[in-house]
Design a protein around this ligand. Structure first.
Ligand code: FEO
Length: 408
């Protein structure tokens, strides 16, 4: 049975939700599921914008068939050919063999590389600024390289102001009936998963996202709907969404606050992290998140790192190196180009306290524009009374830095 929703009189969501997949891209947990969005335009010609992941193909095909209501499918526009959106295109070709496929040169190259059989179809290669009329609706194609793969583009329906935005403005979480962002409490219930999606999937490509935002700014008054490939469709609150994307893509923190990430084997480094959190609260710094690096998925740590202005790394020394899970977090920060953060260090070790210098060296060597505070708490096995002053100095340095941020 079909499960579709109307966006306008002639554009329909024909995607589907997935609650079965545990790991998106086989790496990121998605406990609240994900949606794969695709859209049909009914005009003089019929047009399908993108397909869906293989896992939800059957539902998707029923949806497309229902919306077409006996009509043939004339065009398939592939904005992004990554298999979570493109895997079902051969099923579309089988059912609608006359369909013409519209995409970029790189996209067709990648389709062949993945083994998708497209070469019996009419292939229409488009590039930046090309326009096409489907009847009442005229669309223009806009290149969006590295948002999130090199072949990506977005399509703007100039007639009704609908931006088919590919991975841009997407989110984890299954829609479960809701389609529009204004049908959920996005800032309360969705923003953390939207940030986790953006930062881990597209986070590395901030300058490319900035470039796309620059192009969107020139036509913003024409955009009435933003239709991404995951998560809800936006038809209001664009300034809120664009503000989030501007922060994330420029690596500017969203909030003044402190993320404390600790790596602890026997609870002593954890105790130091908790004591620091208490000292900060006593100084009026209450926007704090404390995370155990061993029990918090790295995708969440990355997301929180993009959110907060200040980061405290508290790590035990392990085999004379950085605790492996903490090192993994640092490697993810490097891979995703985390930058512009103020960092404080707490280090621990029982016979050699090495982790502080090693974490500092990792950041100096690999991360851009990080300010590492001179104040450091260095502990041997456990935190004792004689470290009161070091802890106080560290808390005060963080408080002063936060205050300077408020004044700047
Ligand atoms: Fe949801 Fe880059 O694919």
């Amino acid at each position: 049975m079909y499960c579709v929703r109307a966006i306008t009189n002639d554009v329909y969501w024909v995607g589907a939700n997935d609650h079965r997949l545990h790991l998106f891209e086989n790496i990121h947990p998605i406990p609240r599921g994900v949606s794969y969005n695709a859209y049909v335009l009914l005009d003089k010609a019929t047009v399908l914008f993108d397909t869906v992941d293989w896992s939800v193909c059957r539902q998707f095909l029923e949806n497309v068939e229902h919306v077409l209501n006996g009509r043939d499918l004339d065009y398939l526009v592939i904005n992004h050919m990554e298999p979570d959106h493109c895997a079902s295109m051969e099923e579309i070709i089988l059912r609608y063999p006359k369909v013409k496929i519209i995409s970029t040169e790189k996209s067709f190259m990648l389709m062949r590389q993945f083994g998708f059989r497209i070469d019996n179809q009419d292939l229409i290669e488009v590039k930046e600024g090309d326009t096409q009329c489907f009847g009442k609706h005229t669309v223009t194609y806009v290149a969006a390289p590295m948002v999130h793969w090199p072949e990506a583009m977005v399509t703007l329906d100039l007639t009704d102001g609908i931006l088919f935005s590919a991975d841009a403005f997407g989110s984890f979480i299954a829609l479960d009936g809701r389609l529009f962002a204004d049908e959920v409490n996005f800032d309360r219930d969705w923003i953390d998963e939207a940030r986790r999606y953006y930062t881990n999937i597209v986070g590395k490509y901030g300058p490319h996202v900035q470039h796309l935002l620059g192009k969107a700014a020139t036509v913003l008054d024409k955009i009435k709907y933003i239709c991404p490939l995951h998560g809800p469709v936006w038809r209001s609150d664009f300034p809120y969404l664009l503000d989030k994307y501007t922060h994330w893509s420029t690596y500017d923190p969203e909030e003044k606050g402190v993320l404390i990430v600790y790596a602890s084997m026997y609870g002593n480094t954890e105790s130091a992290a908790q004591i620091l959190a208490s000292r900060l609260c006593e100084k009026g710094i209450t926007n704090i998140r404390v995370c155990d690096v061993s029990n918090t998925h790295v995708s969440e740590l990355i997301s929180e790192t993009f959110k907060y202005s200040h980061l405290v790394l508290a790590s035990v020394t392990y085999n004379l190196g950085i605790y492996p899970v903490m090192l993994d977090f640092l490697e993810h920060m490097k891979a995703l180009h985390v930058q512009k953060r103020t960092v404080a260090i707490i280090e621990n070790g029982s016979w050699a306290v090495k982790s502080g210098d090693l974490m500092q060296k990792f950041m100096d060597d690999n991360l851009q524009d990080m300010t590492i505070l001179n104040e450091r708490v260095s502990m041997a096995s456990a935190l004792h009374e004689d470290k009161q002053q070091e802890m106080e100095q560290l808390a005060q340095a963080l408080a002063d830095s936060l205050q300077n941020l408020e004044q700047s």
